[in-house]
Write a protein of this length. Structure first.
Lengths: 414, 514
């Protein structure tokens, strides 16, 4: 069995409770970090671990922390991105459900490292029970002195607040998350300035994904070298892959970064359901460009997938079988992005709605010659030209589908 | 300073400047809709994308700051293609109602289509229908189909005025701007929204369907309705040769002046133009003396009346009612003639009552030149009818505000005791029949001169509109009077224009030297 960093204890009863968590070496990482290590050492360790962000962009977490200016007089904030809105993504909910104290430990250590005294967990509105569970865990940690004033006699203070979103995909984009947290409409901000210098309430802010932060305690306890060795030199650790779609055993699988996609589907997730043939895979959440069946012999890490013109994203693997209509896939994708575009910038607002109109028309039998070229042209006009990554997130899968499955879509037009 | 290149042209620009501003300063226009210099960059319309060498994606000109050695291309193939793409998106759902749109001819979207678009319509879907006539407030109508969501309106109300009546609702293609429930845009700056709107989404009910913008000429003027001295354009119609238009002025818009009014004016100033065309006094009215049929005869009569008192050394029997709508030059001549040359002491002012000042532009004085009058040495003594002394033989009134404060019957009762009353007014009023002679005068945009604003800033202006038939600018009447009074007539001969009067003021009054 492969070594697990995050999901090792998922099956232990009541592991989400502090007393159970403490029995399994809980809060040892926090104790070590706050009593034996200083922030510089922790930052060095986090950087050396090559922990790439698990939210989608794959940006190294340690580097991100290093961007926060340390000499200002403004307060600094940590925002935990628990909005988990990328279709197919189910990893953070498992971590927060089964191992909330691991996340809290990650938050405490990173806040201590960057010099932050206030953290917010921005959790998607639909995760109501999980939000309650987090609040209970926070209360427990407060009572035991892992949160609040002068944690473990270190002189370090930290307060954590759980904030529930209201069901907008865009609020998973880090700057829209900040706007929403400030009580405003969840519209992404123009960057620069980046949140590290001007973020929440105009103050320096670190925004990390749940899974990213949950890796920190293990890095502190076992060291960056050990963590890195779990995965790849430039992309350390494990990932919780969420496999959904037409496989025998859909679910979450914590595996080393760099595990083959083919193994993930056929070895771990039990292969295709009902013996059907594999048609295509969306390897990193819906915004990741699609891979055809003959492209799945590929390592699941940020850089390799990027080289293959796709992306690891949130590690959400959506498996499509031979019976899946690619036009239906396209319809779902275009409908989703047209619905979730915040409407702020022109290409994303109109582009997604326009493409959706064309795809809907084709699916209703009204397809015309030139429609596919038009879809590709419009998607290209969005790509790289929008205010936030949502435009790209929509354009990339659409472009990959019309490129790789053009023949199939054409059969719906003729 | 740093060196950058835009479209191959080398230029020195200040550190921290945006690419947009650097290009603008060099006369290179970059298309934009959401960007407006009054606000921080918004970056949402995506029209201002430019190519910067060494960067993988196109960048926004409005928000990207210059860097030493930066090479920017604003017209490369990549940029032009991107602009076309954005324009195509903007126009996909945009209604084709330019023929009935007030903004046509003055519309950024039209301009950019002419310049970058001219593509075939690839949009074969049905356009989303949206509300086309939303009443935002007492002056404004919003058309959601025409809106390009630049959010200038929302930002103006939040960031400049602070009232925040408007917000963004819904999302994706359903996104729209509207007023918050029960919060119409009825603040005193609402009219700016129609001017700020880069397309014809927010239109002004006062201007809606009145004329086409290409018939309008924009005359530079100063708003005379408070002492801020906001810079304005008087947008007027030259008319057609074959038929008469009901009016000359169709709207007033804000003219940028960073030191005074930025890009804005208040609604009092914006909608106060109707008095330029309505109820204007055009002909001399001589009630007591039917032989006076023209302006020249009236002025001679007026001059003789003053001369008579001068010879009798009874100029103390002259009472002068002034106002602070008069220009610096006019007040200067009034002071020279009546105070210095004739020794008149009974000088009063009739101005509209002070209003409430806001902390934005509107001041409490509702006239443009109170500060100027003070700097010229006038004591601003408000007038009451009881101030008319029994011995007053000649009463000279400037302006038509007297009829607004006092009832005609009260005025009549006092005027009956006075031999000669002369009224110099731009509008017809009931006082015309009470006064001995009514001289039509002009309104501020019909004359030249200068005004001193509340902060002591002297602003010169030239006439924008023609004077009505018999209407004459007060400075002209006064300069002529000065040459005919045999006291100091040579002094007044040189005053053939407001500039010459101003030069004389500069010599005599230190305040106007600068």
């Amino acid at each position: 069995m492969k070594e697990k960093v995050l999901s090792e204890h998922f099956s232990i009863d009541n592991f989400f409770k502090l007393d159970v968590y403490l029995k399994h070496n809980g809060y040892q990482a926090v104790t070590k970090a706050l009593t034996e290590l200083n922030p510089e050492k922790i930052l060095k360790e986090a950087k050396a671990a090559n922990l790439r962000g698990r939210g989608g962009a794959g940006f190294p977490a340690g580097v991100k922390w290093g961007f926060v200016p340390q000499n200002g007089d403004k307060p600094k904030y940590l925002c935990v991105n628990a909005d988990e809105g990328e279709p197919g993504t189910i990893k953070d909910r498992y971590i927060m459900t089964h191992n909330p104290h691991l996340l809290l430990e990650g938050i405490i250590i990173s806040a201590y490292c960057v010099g932050i005294n206030t953290a917010y967990i921005y959790i998607r509105g639909e995760y109501e029970n999980i939000a309650l569970r987090l609040e209970t865990a926070i209360d427990e940690a407060f009572q035991k002195g892992f949160l609040g004033k002068d944690i473990l006699g270190s002189g370090f203070d930290l307060d954590i607040t759980v904030h529930r979103g209201a069901g907008a995909y865009i609020c998973g984009e880090e700057t829209a998350l900040l706007e929403s947290l400030e009580g405003k409409r969840g519209n992404p901000r123009l960057k620069p300035p980046f949140p590290a210098s001007i973020g929440l309430f105009q103050c320096p802010t670190v925004i990390n994904n749940v899974e990213t932060l949950s890796n920190i305690p293990a890095i502190i306890l076992k060291g960056a070298e050990w963590f890195c060795a779990l995965g790849l030199p430039n992309d350390g650790g494990t990932r919780i892959f969420g496999v959904s779609g037409m496989v025998k055993n859909p679910g979450i699988y914590e595996l080393p970064v760099g595990t083959s996609l083919k193994d993930l589907i056929f070895k771990y997730a039990g292969g295709m359901k009902e013996g059907k043939k594999l048609k295509a895979v969306i390897p990193g959440g819906m915004s990741a460009p699609i891979l055809k069946a003959d492209e799945i012999d590929i390592a699941m890490d940020c850089d390799t997938l990027m080289k293959a013109d796709s992306m690891l994203g949130s590690g959400a693997v959506i498996v499509l079988d031979e019976d899946t209509s690619i036009l239906d896939v396209l319809k779902i994708i275009t409908k989703f992005y047209a619905h979730e575009s915040c409407g702020q910038c022109t290409p994303c607002r109109i582009g997604n709605s326009w493409i959706k109109k064309i795809v809907t028309r084709i699916s209703q039998g009204g397809g015309k010659e030139g429609d596919i070229d038009n879809i590709a042209r419009l998607a290209s006009n969005m790509l790289g030209k929008t205010l936030c990554p949502l435009g790209d997130a929509a354009a990339m899968p659409i472009l990959s589908i019309v490129k790789k499955f053009r023949d199939e879509i054409e059969t719906s037009i003729k | 300073m740093m060196k950058i290149y835009i479209d191959g042209r080398e230029m020195q620009v200040e550190k921290g400047m945006t690419v947009f501003k650097a290009a603008e300063n060099a006369g290179i226009e970059i298309p934009h809709l959401c960007y407006h210099p009054a606000f921080p960059p918004e970056g949402t319309c995506r029209m201002c994308l430019v190519e910067i060498e060494g960067l993988p994606k196109l960048e926004l000109a409005c928000s990207t700051q210059v860097k030493e050695g930066m090479k920017v291309h604003t017209k490369s193939e990549k940029v032009v293609e991107a602009r076309k793409g954005v324009l195509e998106f903007l126009l996909a759902e945009h209604p084709l109602d330019c023929p009935i749109c007030d903004q046509a001819g003055d519309c950024k979207l039209q301009d950019y289509y002419e310049e970058y678009g001219l593509f075939d319509d690839n949009f074969s879907e049905s356009k989303d229908r949206r509300e086309k006539k939303i009443k935002l407030g007492k002056h404004l109508i919003h058309d959601n189909e025409r809106c390009v969501l630049c959010r200038r309106c929302v930002r103006f109300l939040r960031e400049i005025i602070g009232t925040g009546e408007m917000g963004v609702f819904e999302r994706g293609a359903n996104t729209e701007v509207n007023i918050l429930e029960g919060m119409p845009v009825d603040n005193n700056y609402s009219g700016n929204l129609a001017q700020l709107c880069p397309v014809g989404a927010i239109t002004d009910m006062d201007f809606r369907f009145q004329t086409r913008t290409w018939f309008l000429e924009k005359g530079e003027a100063i708003c005379p309705l408070c002492s801020r001295g906001c810079n304005i354009f008087i947008e007027h119609h030259r008319g057609f040769s074959r038929f008469d238009l009901p009016k000359r002025v169709y709207r007033i818009s804000a003219r940028e002046n960073a030191e005074i009014n930025s890009y804005w004016i208040c609604d009092i100033g914006r909608y106060g133009y109707h008095s330029l065309d309505e109820n204007r006094a055009e002909k001399i009215v001589a009630n007591n003396n039917k032989s006076i049929k023209n302006y020249k005869a009236a002025l001679t009569f007026f001059t003789e009346k003053i001369k008579r008192l001068l010879y009798k050394k009874k100029t103390s029997r002259i009472t002068l009612l002034l106002n602070t709508f008069l220009t610096n030059e006019e007040l200067f001549l009034l002071k020279k003639i009546f105070q210095d040359d004739l020794g008149v002491k009974n000088i009063f002012f009739i101005d509209p009552p002070a209003g409430e000042a806001d902390d934005i532009l509107l001041t409490s004085d509702r006239t443009p030149n109170k500060k100027g009058a003070e700097e010229l040495g006038f004591e601003i003594t408000p007038f009451e009818l009881g101030d008319l002394e029994d011995e007053t033989e000649v009463l000279i009134i400037f302006g038509d505000y007297i009829g607004e404060i006092f009832s005609p019957s009260d005025i009549q009762a006092y005027f009956d005791r006075i031999k000669d009353t002369f009224l110099f007014a731009p509008h017809k009023s009931e006082i015309d029949s009470i006064a001995g002679i009514m001289f039509p005068t002009v309104m501020t945009p019909e004359k030249g001169g200068s005004l001193t604003n509340v902060d002591g800033k002297v602003q010169k202006f030239s006439p924008v509109l023609e004077a009505p038939e018999d209407g004459k600018a007060e400075w002209k009447i006064l300069a002529e009077l000065g040459t005919k009074l045999d006291v100091n007539f040579k002094y007044y001969k040189k005053f053939l224009s407001p500039e010459e009067i101003f030069r004389q003021m500069q010599k005599e009054i230190p305040f106007f030297e600068k």
